[in-house]
Design a protein around this ligand. Structure first.
Ligand code: GLN
Length: 196
């Protein structure tokens, strides 16, 4: 059966997410049919097993989600959600910036741009809970951190500043950008969690 994955294509690093998921699906499904498609409107979500919410500017993505009538359909979307950076901000139920209309899908508090000017963008080797093959080379770009988690949120990785990777059932939220580094282990783990 064809597996379809959507990438929210309103703003941010959409094409990098598409490439990464195409490669990860190829690795997980060895030649079986799969499609990665851009999501701009509620109808585009039909038949998708998962949705990626890319990095970008969470205030802008949030505004465009509302404008394109996607807020409700994403909140009730029954598939997996893979959210990076700005995507992580959107997944939370509490965010430091009131301009972000959070989806509230994960019980966590997020601080936007948490690394300040000195460490606005950096790379780090971080251990990720349960990830085989050693630490993950993580690329942070004006990244958020999670400062508190509630029920059902499993912390996967943290730095001194706060939590940078978390999972809740079919949702994965990452403060960094695995779609940029070429290491697809987190994509593969996300797909595996969904039985793909
Ligand atoms: N700082 C951005 C925000 O809060 C996120 C940056 C990113 O996605 N690379 O929206």
């Amino acid at each position: 059966m064809d597996v379809k994955i959507g990438v929210l294509a309103l703003q941010g690093d959409v094409s990098e997410h598409i490439d990464a998921f195409e490669k990860a699906l190829c690795l997980r499904r060895c030649g079986k049919a799969s499609t990665v498609t851009e999501i701009r409107n509620p109808a585009d979500l039909a038949g998708c097993a998962a949705l990626a919410i890319p990095g970008g500017e969470s205030t802008t993505i949030s505004r465009l989600i509302d404008k394109n009538c996607l807020y409700g359909p994403i909140c009730t979307f029954p598939g997996g959600i893979f959210a990076t950076c700005a995507g992580m901000v959107l997944m939370a139920n509490q965010v430091s910036d009131p301009r972000v209309h959070t989806l509230g899908l994960m019980d966590m508090t997020v601080d936007r741009n948490a690394f300040g000017r000195q460490r606005e963008s950096f790379e780090a080797e971080i251990p990720v809970k349960g990830l085989e093959g050693g630490s993950f080379h993580a690329i942070f770009i004006r990244a958020p951190v999670v400062t508190a988690v509630g029920t059902g949120v499993n912390v996967l990785a943290a730095l001194d500043e706060g939590i940078v990777a978390a999972e809740k059932g079919r949702y994965m939220a990452l403060a960094f950008h695995p779609e940029l580094g070429g290491d697809l282990r987190l994509h593969k783990r996300f797909l595996q969690n969904l039985g793909i």
